[in-house]
Structures are given as structure tokens and as C-alpha cells.
Write a protein of this length. Structure first.
Length: 167
């Protein structure tokens, strides 16, 4: 599974309160959440993000509350992958559950700046900045986790498996 997109770069400790502020937690409408994604950290994000873009961040991305809204807002905004030096554990799992690829890679934060393009191979774990030729290696997705990502998340995978059993 190969992805590529423009980078939106952020620092350390981007918490779920700035990914999707609490004032918008009264909805699970993905499109509505996407309109407010990161607005308290980067007011221009929702207007500038394009389908296939990548979030690149420092340590502890997704810390704070365990709200499922945060990865949903990111995915609905069009982001194809979040690459960070490290993730808060609950955010990492919530992202996988909805099929949002998240790659933990300590060296990635120095790979690119906002506006650069990255090429990401989920199955190989490679992250490349084609403009500079620089690359880093993350742990690749295999097995069940790769199936989750390819299916679009846990619920989508369960539905697909149930439909296949009915046939």
C-alpha cells in the first residue's frame, strides 16, 4: 500500500483537544469534524488539507483524552497517514480501528517540512522525501494490522468478513 502527499508538520504533544476541540464533540458526523480538525492549533489546516496529505509530528501525538473523534476528524479531512516520532497509545489504537495509518518513526520528524511531499510504503515501512532523497524506516504493517488498514478499519473488516461468510 503506497501513499503520497504533502506534509502538514507539527511539534510534540499535539493532544486530542487541539486535534478536535471539545466544543465539537456533540457529533460523529465525519465531515463536520473534518471542518474543525486542528483549528485551535492551525486555523488554516481544514482549508489547506488535500486528500492524500500527511501529518508529520514529533513526540506523543494524540495525547490527552481518549476521544475517538480525533483520528476520525483527521481521516475525514483527507489525511492518508500520520507519521510521528511517537504516539499516545489510545490514539494509535483508535486510528487503527478506523483504518487511519499511523507510523511511529523517531527519525521522520527531520525528514520534511510543511509543504514537502512524502512517499510512504505502509507494507515496507519506508518514508521517503523524493525532493531530497532522504528516507527513514518505520516498522512495516503486516498481518492483522495490515488487513485492518486495507479494509478501512475494524468495523469495515468485520463487515467484509461477515459478507464473505454469507456467500
Amino acid at each position: 500500500m503506497k501513499l503520497q502527499g504533502s506534509v502538514h508538520k507539527y511539534g510534540d504533544n499535539v493532544d486530542t483537544d487541539v486535534i478536535i476541540p471539545a466544543r465539537y464533540l456533540n457529533t460523529f458526523d465525519a465531515a463536520e469534524l473534518a471542518r474543525h480538525c486542528l483549528e485551535d492549533l492551525d486555523p488554516s489546516f481544514a482549508g489547506n488539507v488535500k486528500p492524500g496529505d500527511v501529518i508529520l509530528a514529533g513526540k506523543n501525538f494524540g495525547c490527552g483524552s481518549s476521544r475517538e473523534h480525533a483520528p476520525l476528524a483527521i481521516k475525514a479531512s483527507g489525511v492518508c497517514c500520520v507519521v510521528a516520532q511517537s504516539f499516545a497509545r489510545i490514539f494509535f489504537r483508535n486510528a487503527l480501528n478506523i483504518g487511519l495509518p499511523v507510523l511511529e518513526c523517531p527519525g521522520a520528524v527531520s525528514l520534511a517540512e510543511s509543504g514537502d511531499r512524502l512517499e510512504i510504503d505502509i507494507e515496507a515501512g519506508t518514508i521517503v522525501n523524493p525532493a531530497t532523497g532522504a528516507s527513514v524506516q518505520a516498522a512495516p504493517y503486516t498481518g492483522f494490522i495490515l488487513e485492518l488498514i486495507q479494509a478501512g478499519g475494524l468495523v469495515a473488516r468485520l463487515r467484509r468478513n461477515a459478507e464473505q461468510r454469507r456467500k
